[in-house]
Design a protein around this ligand. Structure first.
Ligand SMILES: Cc1cc2nc3c(=O)[nH]c(=O)nc-3n(C[C@H](O)[C@H](O)[C@H](O)COP(=O)(O)OP(=O)(O)OC[C@H]3O[C@@H](n4cnc5c(N)ncnc54)[C@H](O)[C@@H]3O)c2cc1C
Ligand code: FES
Length: 247
């Protein structure tokens, strides 16, 4: 794919827009791409697809600089070509006859929820979004999510929005919901799973990956139903039913 833009939108968080035929193959919000960032790095790096524009053959990802690969990615410029494999994995299912949903994103985990918000809005579903970040410097996509519904922001240090975590925000603001979609750090997903056991929901989870296509079992996670074989996050997920997996 060709890089259209690659810009820092918050502290160490970048938005990368890519163009190529691959964008037209995306089926669901929540799928991911696997990027070969440099010949020096053997493994591709997985990133959730954040936004899709099929008419322009474009997609966007949001990434946080955490290590060697993402550091190199941040140095790429518009016009550079990049080796992208995908789209991969199963995304968020859209459920019929649902009028209102809650999206809960934590940190860089807000990325796949953005395309989902867009698709839900198109289906006239009321979208409420709760986004949690460490601090104000890490807040991204608040105004983008506001295009599709009400947005609540929580920061752990209280430097922006509600002080506390996303669950404390949901409880304090008494946000009611019957269907939840979420992506974020494992501790947040685990807490949501424990708190909302009886509510229907879907979570996108991350594991370190190698092949990205279900061949190596490097990304396996355990189902709650012990009679089932382990899931491969790259192929059976990354989106699972909220209470289907052990997080
Ligand atoms: C399905 C999926 C979707 C993802 N979507 C996004 C996204 O939209 N935006 C984003 O910024 N990141 C996303 N990630 C995580 C991203 O793949 C890693 O941050 C990236 O591979 C790090 O590469 P690196 O070379 O910079 O870091 P490395 O040098 O490889 O690692 C740096 C640090 O990050 C940790 N790390 C690396 N990969 C993962 C991982 N998969 N899960 C948890 N910790 C990891 C390492 O343990 C280490 O502490 C996703 C991961 C998966 C599996
Ligand atoms: S990364 Fe190889 S099976 Fe998932």
């Amino acid at each position: 794919m060709i890089i259209i833009s690659n810009q820092e939108i918050a502290s160490d968080i970048y938005e990368l827009t890519l163009q190529g035929e691959l964008a037209c193959l995306i089926k669901e919000a929540g799928q991911f791409i696997n990027i070969l960032i440099s010949d020096k790095l053997f493994l591709r790096r997985p990133f959730s697809i954040c936004a899709v524009n099929k008419s322009q053959k474009q997609l966007a990802i949001l990434y946080q600089v955490v290590g060697e690969g993402t550091k190199i990615l941040a140095s790429k410029k518009a016009g550079d070509k990049i080796d992208v494999f995908g789209p991969l994995g199963k995304g968020f299912p859209l459920i019929d006859n649902v009028q209102e949903v809650l999206l809960v994103g934590g940190g860089i985990g807000v990325a796949p929820l953005y395309e989902l918000a867009k698709q839900l809005h198109k289906r006239n579903v009321k979208v409420n979004t709760v986004l949690g970040f460490a601090s104000k410097a890490k807040v991204v996509y608040e105004s983008e999510f506001q295009r599709y519904g009400e947005v609540y922001i929580a920061t752990i240090d209280g430097s922006y929005g509600f002080r506390g975590n996303v669950i404390e925000l949901i409880e304090t603001k008494k946000i009611s919901f019957k269907l939840i979609y979420s992506c974020g750090p494992k501790a947040m997903l685990k807490a949501l799973q424990e708190k909302y056991q009886h509510i229907k929901g879907y979570v996108s989870i991350e594991e370190r990956m190698a092949c990205g296509i279900g061949a190596c079992y490097g990304c396996s996670c355990k189902p709650k139903d012990m009679s089932l074989p382990n899931f491969r996050v790259c192929k059976d997920g990354p989106v699972f039913e909220l209470n289907e997996v052990i997080i």
